[in-house]
Design a protein. Structure first.
Length: 212
C-alpha cells in the first residue's frame, strides 16, 4: 500500500493509489465492500480486482505467452469516449489484460507499506507485529472476480482527475467498451483462472501416469 502526506502540519497521511485500486467487485477506493474494508483495516492480505500501490509482484507468463504490454487505451483516446475503451491508467489496463488471459487473482497486502519520500514514510503507523501477521496466515479463499469494473478516464495528460473531467463508467473486462450499463451491453464471463487450469491439467496428467 502506498501513501502520500495529506497535511504535514497535522502529520497525517492518505492512501495514494486511489485511481487504480479496485475491490473484487470492481468498486473504487471509498466504495469498497464492507468485507473488503474489514480485511484491509485488519492488515490481512485481501483479494482485489486491481491494485498497483507503489510496489507489485507480477507473473511473467502473460508478458511472455500472451504478449501483454503496458499500454494506453486501444483507440489511443484521451478523453471521455462513449462505447469505446475507457482511457484508464496503464496499471488498470494491465489488470484488465491479465484478467482476460486468466490471471485475475490479485492480492493486496496492507501490512506492506511504502511512500514516495522519507518524511511521509516516517508518518506511517507501524504495521502489525510479525506475531499478529503470522496468526492471520491462512490460504486465500479465492472468490469469482466481477466481470466489470468502474473506470475513471483521463481527460488530458497531466490533468487532475475530478468529477468535472470524465464521469466514472462501468466497463466490461472482456470488452473494450465503456458505459455498458447505459447501452445494455451484457458482460462476458472471464476465462477460468490460469492456476486452476494448470492444476487440473497436472492432476489429469498424474492420473494418466498412475494408470500406466
Amino acid at each position: 500500500m502506498d501513501y502520500k502526506t495529506a497535511d504535514r502540519n497535522r502529520r497525517t497521511v492518505d492512501f495514494y493509489d486511489t485511481w487504480v485500486f479496485r475491490d473484487r467487485g470492481g468498486n473504487p477506493w471509498g466504495s469498497f465492500a464492507p468485507s473488503s474494508m474489514r480485511e484491509l483495516q485488519s492488515g490481512k492480505p485481501l483479494q482485489v480486482g486491481c491494485c498497483w500501490n507503489g510496489a507489485a509482484a507480477l507473473s511473467p507468463i502473460p508478458f511472455i505467452a500472451h504478449d501483454v504490454r503496458f499500454r494506453r487505451s486501444r483507440d489511443g483516446v484521451v478523453g471521455c469516449p462513449v462505447d469505446r475503451e475507457c482511457s484508464a491508467s496503464e496499471c488498470s489496463l494491465l489488470c484488465k489484460d491479465f484478467a482476460r488471459n486468466g490471471f485475475h487473482r490479485v492480492l493486496a497486502v496492507p501490512s506492506m507499506r511504502v511512500a514516495y519520500d522519507l518524511g511521509t514514510y516516517q508518518l506511517l503507523p507501524k504495521p502489525p507485529p510479525r506475531e499478529a501477521l503470522a496468526a492471520m496466515d491462512r490460504p486465500i479463499e479465492w472468490q469469482p472476480l466481477s466481470r466489470e469494473t468502474l473506470c475513471w478516464g483521463i481527460v488530458r495528460p497531466g490533468s487532475e482527475r475530478t468529477a468535472k473531467d470524465c464521469p466514472q463508467v462501468w466497463e466490461c473486462l472482456m470488452d473494450d467498451r465503456s458505459a455498458h450499463r447505459r447501452s445494455g451491453l451484457q458482460c462476458r464471463d472471464l476465462p477460468p483462472a490460469w492456476h486452476d487450469v494448470t492444476k487440473a491439467a497436472a492432476e489429469e496428467s498424474k492420473g494418466g501416469d498412475d494408470k500406466r
